[in-house]
Design a protein around this ligand. Structure first.
Ligand SMILES: Nc1nc2c(ncn2[C@@H]2O[C@H](COP(=O)(O)OP(=O)(O)O)[C@@H](O)[C@H]2O)c(=O)[nH]1
Ligand SMILES: Nc1nc2c(ncn2[C@@H]2O[C@H](COP(=O)(O)OP(=O)(O)O)[C@@H](O)[C@H]2O)c(=O)[nH]1
Lengths: 292, 292
């Protein structure tokens, strides 16, 4: 199976760390650049960071780039051809007007690529590069969504399965998270933004229905990411972050929603994400294209 | 004594919380609005928040506003007439071009106000509204300063004592804080930005010199703010934030630089901040004004 995941958010929100954590593989190194064998793809990005430390400020900022990393993942015995599409520069400039446009173009061009492939004679070997899900990283201010967040969500929710996450949620207490999630959901509702919802089937048993409902109410997922191994006060070795006042455990359900995001994305609804892309989102794109 | 403190940073970086924590007084309530007796000043701000949840998105965002809160503070038996100048809206829009301009204007207009007052006949009752220090809140990404941060710092460092702080620094581990501080200082150096440095006197004893040097190396201060009282695992009641994995104590030196910021601002260098404003920054403004 292929899984094409679009990851969007301002720099420094822990996107590369979260991807590494989700797939338990060092796709990105500690500076958020692709690891050795993929380094070529992100070389431009690391050059930008050192440049931005030296070049005279006020010079025009680089606009949003689209970068791709591909690798094979094995999850529960299932082989996944994973592609992560990243958009460094999004939200990082002084003026972020239209910064979502290159990203929307990328989603569309992948739909176009698939339309072309469908029309070829050897269509039984179509490679699916369409975006199956978009993880949108929200800054954990605790207040409300920023105008840029809403513009982005409105621009993409009809084109790909949108899964917003509250980045670095360890900065918020449990009460603050609850309040923040409530405000975010209200704003998204008011803006008419649809989020990915695992579909309900009439033949589902009670447990499945309950689990699906529980997952939906938890969105947007308040996540924490880390591939570092640390020791807890009671001596266990866990993936997490170590502070003077305590240790956050990534795989601990009471510390963040990480395990729920991982379940949704990889263990429970991977097929649903692909099917909705194929049957609903891609078809919507096809008919809009035919009509224009 | 008057202390006029300018506070600048994106929304949600804990500015109002930090002010409440520094002066141990609820100047701002839990939503970052001035408390009851000062509510009138910030009424417009709270209306904006509920409006932004309801109004159609894409509508033009409000630009940067300047708001002021004044109150009397008693610190170690010394009475302070504290004024906090806030700039809600800074850095919060999609396009933040020139968002520092209203703030620079505010600093200048307060200098102008003092220049006028000096020229009056009753100049022995001059009220000093000049900005004595600017606390600039840096987003704790862990990467580097954003272009907006640098533009702001360059625009104000010659006009007021600039004290950058890393907001909500509990999101970063100790190693990440060290690395981040190093990167920030490099960028500020390269941009020619001067930060407030407690002056050294030739008659200072070794301890004072050492303490001053230690404070300088700690900048930008990695702060945490909270007025909530929480219980530590070992049963103490402290100001802090309580998480499932531990309790951050605001007044604990090993948890953040908060006590160092408080010392610099209130206990050790309050006079130096006012003197530098009077003797250096205001005089620079006066001569630039005379020459233009
Ligand atoms: N507090 C906290 N820090 C994180 C988390 N995830 C990553 N970080 C740190 O945030 C910094 C930036 O992470 P990175 O993954 O490079 O962000 P990116 O620019 O969005 O790819 C690094 O110092 C990470 O160690 C998290 O969940 N919580
Ligand atoms: N993790 C963390 N959260 C904080 C800190 N200070 C404030 N907060 C929380 O951040 C949110 C916004 O704080 P606020 O002071 O209103 O931010 P402002 O918009 O900059 O004035 C609130 O939920 C605060 O409880 C801090 O030092 N660390």
């Amino acid at each position: 199976f292929s899984l094409n995941l679009l990851c969007v958010g301002q720099g420094g929100l822990g996107k590369s760390t979260l991807i590494n954590t989700l797939f338990n593989k060092q796709l990105y190194d500690l500076e958020g650049k692709p690891t050795e064998d993929l380094a070529a793809l992100k070389l431009e990005d690391s050059e930008n960071l050192s440049e931005s430390l030296e070049r005279p400020q006020g010079e025009e900022q680089p606009s949003v780039k689209i970068e791709t990393i591909s690798t094979d993942i094995e999850e529960n015995g299932v082989k996944l051809a994973l592609t992560v599409v990243d958009a460094p520069g999004f939200g990082d400039a002084i003026d972020n007007t239209d910064s979502w446009v290159p990203i929307v173009r990328e989603i569309d061009s992948r739909f176009d690529q698939y339309l072309d492939a469908e029309n070829r004679i050897d269509r039984d070997v179509i490679q699916d590069h369409r975006i199956h899900a978009c993880l949108y990283f929200i800054e954990p201010t605790g207040h409300c969504l920023a105008p840029l967040d809403l513009e982005f969500c409105k621009a993409v929710h009809q084109k790909c399965n949108l899964i917003p996450v509250i980045a670095k949620s360890d900065i918020l207490t449990d009460e603050e998270i609850e309040q923040f999630k409530h405000t975010i959901k209200t704003q998204l509702d008011n803006a008419g933004v649809e989020l990915f919802e695992p579909p309900q089937y009439s033949l589902d048993d009670k447990d499945t229905v309950a689990r699906c409902a529980a997952l939906c109410t938890r969105m947007p997922f308040a996540v924490v990411g880390s591939t570092s191994e640390v020791s807890t006060p009671d001596g266990r070795r866990v993936r997490g972050r170590s502070y003077p006042w305590g240790v956050i455990e990534v795989d601990n359900e009471s510390h963040s929603d990480f395990v729920h995001l991982r379940d949704l994305l990889i263990r429970l609804y991977l097929m649903e994400l692909r099917e909705k892309t194929e049957n609903v989102l891609f078809e919507r794109y096809r008919s809009e294209k035919l009509m224009s």
